[in-house]
Design a protein around this ligand. Sequence first.
Ligand SMILES: C[S@@+](CC[C@H](N)C(=O)[O-])C[C@H]1O[C@@H](n2cnc3c(N)ncnc32)[C@H](O)[C@@H]1O
Length: 262
Amino acid sequence: MLRSAEVGDTYQLFNPQAYLQNNYMPPRANFENEDCVVPWKLRCFASSFSTGEIHGHTLLDIGSGPTLYQVISACNFFNRIVMSDYLEVNREELRKWLRRDPGAFDWSPYIKYVCGLDGKRDHWEDTERRLRETIQEVCHCDIMQANPLHPKVLNPVDAISTTFCLESVCPDKKSLEEALANISSLLKPGGFLLMIGALNESYYLAGEVKLSVIPLDEDYVKETVSRSGYRICTFKTYNMPPDLNIGVDDVCAVFYLQAQKI
Ligand SMILES: C[S@@+](CC[C@H](N)C(=O)[O-])C[C@H]1O[C@@H](n2cnc3c(N)ncnc32)[C@H](O)[C@@H]1O
């Protein structure tokens, strides 16, 4: 069994470009097909925000990696978004997009899709601008620490999003539960947790490196989140169709969860 320090060492080989290619380009990011996994993920976030219930000053995204699709819907409901990741290469990938570096990943198809859900596709550039203004920080985080943002101290935030982080970073279920408690300490009571994760996955590839994942099932996720002091509002699952099993992981399904801290 791996210890968290060993997981951290393995992550040093994480290649953001390979990870983006595997998960955020076609065939997994096919906006012509509503049944494809990426549009499904974007619709989950959009649907949570469409109720108007989730809003506030700050949203914190934990384990952002090189991606920002997970905060596109949020940018119209928060004054400030803080992105965070363990690896400098991933934080730098996000900063490249923020400063319009020509080598940055192109998130415009994602932004167009999200705007299109509200019939505002023609105004996608307003949302892109808003997203760049709202993402005000990209900081280091380590979910294994009691304060994952150490040495930074943040006032408790109004919402936390985290996607494919807990199960792919923690060496075992005990440390996953501790990491969830660490993350939850950053959230206000009444605040919302928005989480996407993999079900029954044991590994994924990010370039040369093969990262271990804790295979989770739906009941475990619901019980663990509830036991950590949340009321689950929404739980959705997506079964990965065979044509999206492209040899970059062994994920069986993806879950989306919205929960409110009690
Ligand atoms: C599977 S990726 C998820 C990336 C992105 N959130 C997404 O939705 O695709 C897992 C991320 O966790 C980050 N990570 C690794 N160890 C971590 C730790 N101890 N604390 C926080 N994040 C960590 C990795 O750098 C990587 O970006």
